[in-house]
Ligand binder design. Structure first.
Ligand SMILES: Nc1ncnc2c1ncn2[C@@H]1O[C@H](COP(=O)(O)OP(=O)(O)OP(=O)(O)O)[C@@H](O)[C@H]1O
Ligand SMILES: [Mg+2]
Length: 398
């Protein structure tokens, strides 16, 4: 007799999944390598509209040793044994983080987990390998061990299906932005300032196809790299260092000329484009020994604000409601500069939607898992370039 466990009927039957509210833990670790974020939320679908309530959110920072391990993995060529270990180490860090959250809330019973994983390679453009034209993307963190440890389905590998359909596999956050941040009367710009910065433009009264989303350039990546270089710190706490510095005009002018800022969307970037080598070269040429290093931080912060604002001016609309999230929101000086750059925008904190700036992305991946288990598609082809919408991710059963 073929055993059909309760999972087959309860979890893979999307009508059953959609029949009641579901509690999903979303987890991710981003390009800044600051740590693992978990956000546990209850999702509901009623009358064609989704809603969520955040029940718990938490970031478990990477230790110095973990940070160095993953940084080496991303920045340098590593033997496959290290990649294999990283896959399990990440899973174990995700499991520890979630275990802590679940144990501290005995009243919360999670129905599923959605993990973004750690991107170690993202190459969605066609390249030839062994005579085959391929597109590829890899997010690490083994879902199987998580599924057995927590006894619930895990959805992972969210990007591959979109890439297989000719898309960029990114950005995937716009489905969340469209579902929860859109307004009937206002143009909304959802801005996430992580390692890179990205925006989602949602016009009033829009459908999926009207959404525009793309990377604007660096978020925290250059500020963080320069802070590490000059001060041995991982980031500029609240923007205090930048605030104490002055803009180095020739350096700012050179950065303004970077083609990426003015290039029309669709565009996406990663560390490859805003590479460490280029930054080091710029710093070497412009930050002479008699200039204080805070001037370099001030210049990079001003450029980051400029590149975000310039993209909103060119490709969105300056009279927009700006909803910012990501760790860069804690850089008060960066946000002040951004508000100065966009004087006719209304700045609305993401907290007014019931989630913190730090938990938004992990919440998104919980939401995408919720949609996947409900048999719903989540990529927006006009945003990613995929040939059609599709259900995202792989489902691993416990
Ligand atoms: N108090 C703070 N002051 C200034 N910057 C901060 C502060 N807290 C966090 N940050 C910045 O936020 C970054 C982390 O942001 P976040 O977690 O959104 O990025 P991420 O994990 O790289 O995500 P993504 O993959 O979306 O880029 C840190 O590297 C740092 O630059
Ligand atoms: Mg992070």
């Amino acid at each position: 007799m073929i055993e059909t466990g309760y999972l087959m009927t309860d979890f893979l039957h999307s009508a059953e999944w959609n029949s009641r509210p579901r509690i999903v833990a979303g987890m991710m670790s981003g390009t800044s390598l600051d740590g693992v974020d978990v956000c546990i939320a209850e999702f509901r679908s009623e009358n064609g509209r989704d809603t969520f309530t955040v029940l718990h959110e938490h970031t478990r920072p990477f230790t110095r040793q973990e940070y160095q391990f993953f940084k080496n993995l991303i920045d340098r060529e590593q033997p496959i044994s290290i990649v294999c270990d990283a896959n399990i180490l990440l899973m174990s860090l995700y499991a520890d983080t979630l275990r802590k959250a679940v144990d501290s809330h005995s009243d919360i019973q999670i129905d599923a987990i959605g993990i973004h994983g750690q991107t170690v390679w993202h190459s969605p453009q066609i390249h030839n390998v062994c005579g085959k034209n391929l597109r590829s993307t890899l997010q690490l963190a083994s879902p199987s061990a998580l599924a057995v440890e927590f006894g619930v389905p895990v959805v992972s590998d969210f990007r591959s299906a979109d890439v297989a359909l000719g898309g960029q596999g990114a950005p995937l956050i716009p489905m969340f932005d469209f579902s929860f941040l859109r307004s009937e009367t206002q143009h909304v710009t959802a801005l996430n300032i992580g390692g890179m910065a990205n925006v989602t433009f949602i016009p009033p009264h829009s459908s999926h196809n009207d959404v525009i989303a793309f990377d604007t350039g660096p978020g925290n990546v250059w500020i963080d790299a320069a802070m590490l270089h000059y001060y041995g710190k991982r980031y500029d706490e609240n923007g205090a260092t930048a605030r104490a510095g002055r803009i180095i005009q020739p350096m700012f002018n050179e950065l303004q000329e970077l083609g990426f800022v003015a290039a029309p969307p669709p565009k996406s970037t990663g560390r490859e484009m805003f590479a460490q080598d280029y930054l080091e070269d710029v710093l070497r040429r412009h930050v002479r020994h008699f200039l204080p290093p805070e001037d370099a931080i001030a210049t990079l912060t001003a450029f980051t604000a400029y590149s975000i604002a310039e993209n909103v001016r060119r490709f969105g609309t300056p009279t927009t409601t700006l909803v910012a999230s990501g760790g860069g929101v804690h850089n008060r000086y960066l946000i002040e500069l951004l508000i100065q750059e966009l004087p006719s925008a209304a700045y609305l904190p993401i907290t007014s939607f019931g989630v913190s700036a730090d938990a938004k992305e992990s919440l998104c991946f919980g939401y995408l898992a919720y949609r996947t288990l409900g048999g719903r598609m989540s990529n927006i082809p006009s945003v990613t370039g995929a040939s059609r919408p599709t259900i995202l991710g792989s489902i691993t059963l416990p």
